[in-house]
Design a binder for this molecule. Structure first.
Ligand code: ADP
Ligand code: MG
Length: 545
């Protein structure tokens, strides 16, 4: 049977989603592949369908033990022989799976990374025709959900040299993709990166003051709809859930500290629409296939853009409008920064957090910024985020952009944001003097613009896709192809006028105006503005610490 017939017969679908067909063809040709596709994009199909056409067994490595049984059950219901092998099984169950495998009665075998060693004892190199590594970002410490057990996968390629290997994930920036490939010993693998745009998601960022009241008003608009509220800590999940529950909402808490059975039941009731709202830590949602989630609220700021994107991606999978609301508070940023400093790899984590904060502070289209993080550049502003719906004024900033880009160019793309600004402003601090960059032609060419404004402009340029931050190369700024068009082909650049502090406060007020009586607004935002200014001035000393 050909792939279209199999798609219809086993899965009931008439056509492939974008990229699925090319990927499947490559898998069938035994190529090694790295696939990045948003959550819900249909990654499983890329190995499930080929498994039916290949001799032998497809080995699927997945960290989601809780979901393995469901996945296998639904494959079986579609007439596909599948099994799983993990530590939740008793010995006899594992033996049964191995027996099925030996008798060549399985097409797909799901295995947890922790159990792979044990399984390998029972396999010959020719037993496996295809290896699929699902949630492959877990192998990289640069990714956002590193799992030590995943590092055991490095030698799979050696154990099964004949088998093709396909690594799949919903979240991996360019450097993380390279790291995944290196670690899996498939450096030559072709990459497929699907579009990350989710046009039906409205993106909104609000100041995080008086969050509970804001959430209550927000939820009024979504009565009887499903949604997820992500909180930073287990305790705040429970507190918020209790509060909302006492206000009459259908809500439960979910975090890794709760008993396994309780968590499963929350998840199940949420999927069945018996619980409408889940207040959760990031432990919730991975691998859940629920199409009618209408909103995702980030009660606290996520620690990086990969996580944020992944989490908002759980809303609106049915293609119908959905809302992603992020609360932005500097207290969260400080707390996250402390966490990041304590982690291994703190430099990368802090830089990624900084990027997340820039997203929340942005004066440019949020969707463009979000997609540019994944190296995808939208031609126009989206019209469906709070910035687009409440547009700042723009001015012709071609000259400003040329100055900054030419400085980056003359410094051989070896400077961070801070150093770039210092060089543009002709600063004479030790870093500048050590760098030797005071000798370049653009040194001091931007004295007329304040440090703060330069920072805003350059962040806007990053958001517009003119510059990229190389997180794994000391956060140095790199020129994009678009930047070269500005530098060498005189392409014009427009930047948003930076609002004065009073205007900024007013702008934030406007976003929530519908909800708040105006006299409260004034006090609230005066306080908030003061805090913002205080923190901003501290951070300007060392925005990248
Ligand atoms: P991912 O792993 O990328 O998050 P899944 O593999 O779980 O996504 O697929 C998400 C949903 O899309 C599933 O319900 C799946 O059956 C469905 N799906 C996959 N491929 C197609 C297709 N070609 N046409 C329609 N639906 C599809
Ligand atoms: Mg998946």
């Amino acid at each position: 049977m050909n792939k279209h017939d199999l798609l219809k017969k086993h899965f009931g679908y008439d056509s492939f989603r974008p990229l699925q067909e090319q990927i499947i063809d490559d898998v069938l040709a035994h190529k090694d592949l790295m696939v990045v596709m948003p959550t819900g994009g249909g990654k499983s199909m890329c190995f499930q369908l080929p498994s039916l056409m290949l001799e032998g067994v497809t080995l699927v490595v997945s960290p989601l033990i809780a979901l393995m049984k469901d996945q296998v059950d639904s494959l079986r219901a579609n007439g596909i022989t599948a099994g799983y092998f993990n530590s939740s099984q008793v010995g006899t169950e594992q033996q049964e799976m191995l027996q099925l495998l030996k008798e060549n009665r399985l097409k797909l075998l799901y295995v947890a990374p922790e159990s792979i060693q044990l399984l390998l004892h029972h396999l010959k190199p020719t037993d496996i025709s295809l290896i699929a590594i699902d949630e492959a970002h877990c192998i990289s410490t640069w990714g956002h959900d590193f799992r030590p057990a995943y590092t055991q996968l490095a030698y799979l390629k050696k154990s099964f040299p004949e088998a093709g290997l396909i690594a799949l994930t919903a979240t991996a920036d360019r450097a993380t993709r390279a790291d995944i490939k290196k670690q899996l010993a498939i450096s030559h693998a072709q990459e497929y990166v699907a579009s990350f745009d989710r046009p039906n998601l409205t993106l909104e960022v609000r100041p995080g003051n008086d969050r509970l009241a804001q959430v209550r008003r927000f939820l009024k608009k979504y009565q009887d709809e499903s949604g997820i509220i992500y909180c930073l800590s287990r305790k705040s999940c429970e507190k918020l859930s209790d509060k909302l529950s006492s206000l009459g909402f259908s809500v439960a808490a979910y975090h890794a500290g709760l008993e396994h059975r309780f968590r499963e039941s929350v998840q199940e009731q949420f999927i069945k629409d018996e619980i409408k709202i889940v207040c959760a830590t990031i432990a919730f949602g991975m691998g859940i296939d629920k199409s009618n989630v209408r909103f995702v609220i980030h009660y606290n700021m996520p620690k990086n853009i990969e996580g944020y994107y992944q989490e908002i991606g759980r809303a609106g999978r049915d293609g119908i409008d959905a809302h992603a609301l992020l609360f932005h508070s500097y207290a969260d940023v400080i707390q996250l920064r402390n966490f990041a400093s304590d982690s291994g790899n703190s430099e990368v984590q802090i830089a990624k957090l900084e990027r997340m904060k820039q997203f929340a502070d942005a004066l440019t289209c949020r969707r463009r910024m979000l997609l540019s993080y994944f190296n995808e550049y939208l031609e126009n502003d989206c019209g469906n985020c709070d910035v687009c719906l409440n547009k700042p004024d723009f001015f012709d900033a071609t000259l400003i952009a040329q100055k900054a880009l030419s400085a980056v160019y003359r410094m051989n793309e070896n400077a961070s944001l801070n150093l770039l600004i210092d060089v543009l402003r002709g600063a004479q601090n030790a870093t500048v003097l050590d760098s030797g960059f005071q000798a370049i032609k653009t040194y001091g060419a931007g004295r007329d613009i304040s440090w703060n404004n330069w920072q805003q402009y350059i962040i806007q340029m990053i958001n517009q896709g003119l510059l990229e931050i190389a997180f794994h190369e000391f956060n140095h700024l790199k020129l994009t192809p678009q930047a070269k068009a500005v530098l060498f082909e005189k392409q014009p650049v427009k930047l948003a006028v930076i609002p004065k502090p009073e205007e900024l406060a007013a702008r934030n007020t406007r976003a929530v105006q519908e909800d708040l009586p105006s006299e409260i607004n004034k006090d609230l935002y005066a306080g908030l503005r003061k805090l913002r200014m205080q923190i901003a001035s501290q951070e300007n000393l060392a925005p990248y610490m």
